[in-house]
Design a protein around this ligand. Structure first.
Ligand SMILES: C[S@@+](CC[C@H](N)C(=O)[O-])C[C@H]1O[C@@H](n2cnc3c(N)ncnc32)[C@H](O)[C@@H]1O
Length: 296
């Protein structure tokens, strides 16, 4: 159930934010936040802080894609994924120092909210480039703050400020993720496996999963981070056809196909339709961290 943002979330998370123009510290102003160099950023009426450095290069998800994601989440189809993420994140938090949780490409903020529920002493920062996502993320959890920013242009986050970072089916700027983590901090990444939504790909004309190869993940992260955990969560769900359409729409295919097109193609599918969810959860630590002492 979405909740109103706690005004204290901004106070708690302010030291973890950085000016997207100069990297300086931010302080609260009546309209939002500003740095000492005079760069000022407004808090939107819906509660999120727009910390964009100029015009974002990434388009982010459309309103239709975010609404589809919200329906898929509300129907409980991603509950198993959510539970697997919470388990990975709480295990990772056990090895990480105290501090906030960052979710990059947070979408509706549902994943961050589930992780914050499991980590009651932490606050969380939901970063996304898309306004329809930010409007929802701003109300996702009382201990969360939603912040607008383009992950590919640099995260508006202070260096070494985050205990834990999450990236769920979203951009993975490796150098930036390593920069914002505290020493011994942890990053948990969720990526699709080749079998993910395999029953829908051909019938709905979905994009192939280019990033399903472990090499693609390593290419993005391995120069800056070291993999410490690796697991696959796989399940088959029986979805009403319209929910299968939402699932397709809420991923990269949503940038290329309208809901009507996907719904027309889905008419040939059984109703309900069996759909495989297959996601890899990997946990990483900054490579610059000293290695753990050898076991005695
Ligand atoms: C497939 S959705 C996943 C959302 C959420 N993590 C989830 O699993 O429900 C990808 C998200 O990444 C966001 N995104 C895409 N490019 C981005 C960028 N350059 N910076 C920040 N967010 C971005 C999109 O707007 C979208 O909300």
């Amino acid at each position: 159930m979405p909740t109103a943002p706690d005004p204290d979330a901004l106070t708690a998370l302010l030291p973890a934010l950085a000016c997207p123009h100069c990297g300086g510290a931010l302080t609260a102003t009546p309209a939002g936040v500003a740095c000492d160099d005079g760069h000022a950023f407004d808090r939107a009426r819906q509660g999120y802080l727009a910390l964009h450095a100029g015009v974002a290069r990434a388009a982010g998800d459309t309103a239709a894609m975010v609404a589809a994601r919200e329906r898929v989440l509300a129907a409980g189809h991603l509950d198993g994924t959510l539970a697997a993420l919470v388990a990975a994140a709480t295990a990772a938090a056990g090895s990480a120092p105290a501090g906030p949780v960052l979710d990059v490409g947070a979408g509706t903020g549902a994943h961050l909210a589930a992780v914050l529920d499991a980590l009651p002493a932490r606050h969380g920062l939901a970063v996304d480039v898309a306004a329809p996502a930010l409007r929802r993320a701003a109300r996702a959890h009382p201990r969360a703050l939603a912040v607008g920013g383009d992950a590919w242009q640099g995260l508006p986050v202070a260096s070494g400020s985050m205990s834990l970072a999450l990236v769920v089916l979203a951009p993975r700027p490796g150098a930036e993720l390593a920069r914002v983590l505290r020493p011994q901090g942890r990053l948990v990444v969720v990526t699709p496996e080749a079998a993910h939504l395999q029953e829908l790909r051909e019938p709905l004309g979905m994009l192939a999963i280019g990033e399903a190869k472990p090499a693609a993940l390593d290419q993005a992260l391995a120069p800056h981070l070291t993999r410490v955990e690796d697991a696959v969560h796989e399940e088959v769900r029986h979805l009403p056809r319209s929910d299968a359409v939402d699932l397709a729409l809420s991923g990269p295919t949503g940038h290329h196909r309208a809901r009507e097109e996907l719904a027309a193609a889905a008419a040939a599918l059984p109703d309900p339709v069996a759909v495989t969810l297959s996601l890899r959860l990997t946990t990483w630590r900054p490579t610059t961290d000293p290695p753990s002492p050898p076991a005695r």
